[in-house]
Design a protein around this ligand. Structure first.
Ligand code: B4P
Length: 188
């Protein structure tokens, strides 16, 4: 199964994607993680991406697409994958369709996790304390939410038009959300 997970920063995409990876044996592909890894390793791409990430802006499309394409070529992707954090704007949605058509692995389902803004700010502020991620400060969180509303929210319409979209309530405990997500994936 090939799944796209959509949702605001802090909606639980990364959390739920890693549970799905364990339960369904799918590869978890997080563009945020791929970028953070490039930053940690101080690759050329990581050095270019860092300033965008620290400001809560999207990293340029061409950089992220190159990373994604390389990741989709790895051996664990054959059983299917969960795409977490991509696509994040209309151009990325187009690029994804073209890339997956070219490699013969089209999307089966897109799931949008819905969470209210107060809960998002609370979760990310808690993570800032626990993990110290450089983009979890209050003003950067606010910018990430703005970028999401302007550029990423419209992407759901793309998957609605293709008939792939399901909405899942992302409020509640991690286990509750996980069960709803599994139900939505089962629901043909
Ligand atoms: P991401 O890594 O995708 O960061 P995110 O949107 O915050 O999601 P994440 O997966 O980390 O958090 P989650 O909601 O699971 O992106 C980071 C940056 O990378 C972007 O701002 C951008 O600069 C760049 N980037 C990434 N992809 C890109 C692309 N395609 N194009 C351009 N740029 C790109 O969890 C948040 C917190 O909530 C966690 O601490 C978790 O423990 C907690 N949580 C989860 N579920 C919960 C629940 N049910 N109850 C309570 N807490 C919960």
């Amino acid at each position: 199964m090939r799944i796209v997970l959509l949702g605001t920063p802090g909606s639980g995409k990364g959390t739920q994607a890693s549970l799905l990876r364990e339960r369904l044996g799918l590869a978890h592909i997080s563009t945020g993680e791929l970028l953070r890894d490039a930053v940690r390793r101080q690759t050329e791409l990581g050095l270019q991406a860092k300033a965008y990430m620290d400001a809560g802006e999207l990293v340029p499309d061409a950089l992220v697409l190159g990373l994604l394409e390389a990741r989709l070529g790895e051996s664990d992707v054959g059983n299917g994958f969960i795409l977490d954090g991509y696509p994040r704007n209309a151009a990325q949605a187009e690029a994804l369709d073209q890339l997956l058509a070219r490699i013969g692995q089209p999307i089966d389902r897109a799931v949008a996790l819905t969470v209210n803004e107060g809960e998002v700010v609370e979760r990310l502020t808690r993570r800032a304390v626990e993990e110290g991620r450089s983009d979890d400060s209050e003003d950067v969180i606010r910018n990430r939410m703005r970028v999401y509303a302007e550029q990423t929210a419209p992407v759901a319409a793309h998957f609605e038009a293709t008939g792939h979209l399901r909405e899942v309530d992302g409020m509640g405990s991690v286990d509750e959300v996980s069960q709803r997500l599994l139900d939505a994936l089962d629901d043909g």
